[in-house]
Design a protein around this ligand. Structure first.
Ligand code: C2O
Length: 338
């Protein structure tokens, strides 16, 4: 059975090696005990999961996310639904600086970027819902593109919370405003809050609208079998996506800005999933998805029943069919010309 030109083979997964990696780094997912099953859409009668922005979600909703992470962290490492294994998915599929692609699928430098991460968050969310016994559970998103969301949500900054991760830049703890134009050289700009907000909105406008008049510029270039595996990333992937990873990670203490700034380690920070839910929301906001509809690339994920599932980019194009939606913020950068 083929999933298209790219068939992920878990049995080929190997330990990453190189000067950028910790000695004991191991990212391979649990080896399959049977053939993967093909993805099927959830039942249309399932409750629609409504993902809400962390800054307005409310204490109860955020407490649920916290509980879900705690439950995942409590599972044995051998369980594909454990936080350890969920974090490792990113290491196994990643590529580029400080990451060796364990599964020989480069997901960050082509149009595979959006569908891969959508599928990743989809399964992560369903696993969380299953552990919570809440089939309507939806991950919160970190809407760093709207002024009220431009600070790290407080829940992530509480050092005694399962949502906390020590390998973050201490200068960027709340109430520091995010810098969507972060230069990754440890230097902080000296904008006032108003200037920073305005600048962030302009960056959003530039990356979402001005620099991406064509769908391919937004999504990234087509990934074709037999050609380069890094044909080119899309505008939003480069900025603010990458810069937000670097902004959260600890560039002061680690050259690769672990955790969030390094591909192999990013999934270890519980904020990763809220960051990527926002990226996913921006993909939807752009709604230029037709091109990707024809890509047959398949990825493998373990689902909430710990079954290995083969899912393709085409499978994830319709959020409604996946039974989730985004709610609670607008797109204030739509006409934020300077
Ligand atoms: Cu797979 Cu935010 O990167």
């Amino acid at each position: 059975r083929v999933g298209g030109p790219i068939v992920t083979d878990l049995l080929q997964c190997r330990k990453p090696e190189g000067p950028d990696f910790p000695e004991d780094l191991q990212c391979c997912p649990p080896m399959p005990t049977s053939e993967p099953i093909d993805f099927t859409l959830p039942d249309p009668s399932e409750p629609l999961r409504t993902r809400r922005p962390a800054h307005v979600a409310g204490a109860e909703y955020m407490a649920k996310y916290k509980r879900a992470i705690a439950l995942m962290k409590a599972l044995p490492r051998s369980d594909p639904r454990s936080f350890y294994q969920q974090a490792n998915i990113h290491c196994a599929y990643c590529t580029g600086a400080s990451c060796h692609p364990e599964l020989a699928v480069q997901v960050h430098f082509s149009w595979l970027f959006f569908p891969f991460h959508r599928a990743y968050i989809y399964f992560f969310e369903r696993i969380a819902g299953k552990l919570l016994g809440d089939p309507g559970f939806a991950v919160p998103f970190w809407s760093w593109d709207v002024p009220e969301g431009m600070r790290m949500p407080l829940q992530f900054a509480n050092a005694s919370s399962p949502l906390y991760e020590p390998m973050r830049n201490p200068w960027h703890a709340p109430p520091k405003l995010v810098d969507l134009d972060y230069t990754m050289d440890v230097v902080e700009n000296n904008y006032t809050d108003d200037e920073q907000i305005k600048h962030n909105l302009w960056i959003m406008y530039k990356q979402m609208i001005r620099s991406a008049p064509l769908a391919s510029l937004f999504h990234g270039q087509p990934f074709r079998a037999g050609e380069t595996d890094k044909p080119g990333a899309g505008t939003v992937k480069l900025q603010p996506h990458n810069l937000m990873h670097a902004w959260v990670g600890d560039l002061l203490s680690y050259p690769n800005a672990e955790d969030m700034g390094a591909y192999y380690a990013a999934g270890r920070d519980p904020i990763f999933y809220t960051h990527h839910a926002n990226i996913d929301r921006l993909w939807d906001a752009k709604t230029l998805r037709t091109l990707i509809g024809s890509t047959p690339h398949a990825f493998l994920f373990y689902d909430e029943e710990a079954r290995l599932v083969r899912i393709t980019a085409r499978d994830v194009l319709d959020m409604d069919k996946l039974r989730y939606t985004y709610h609670g913020v607008g797109l204030p950068w739509l006409d934020a010309r300077p």
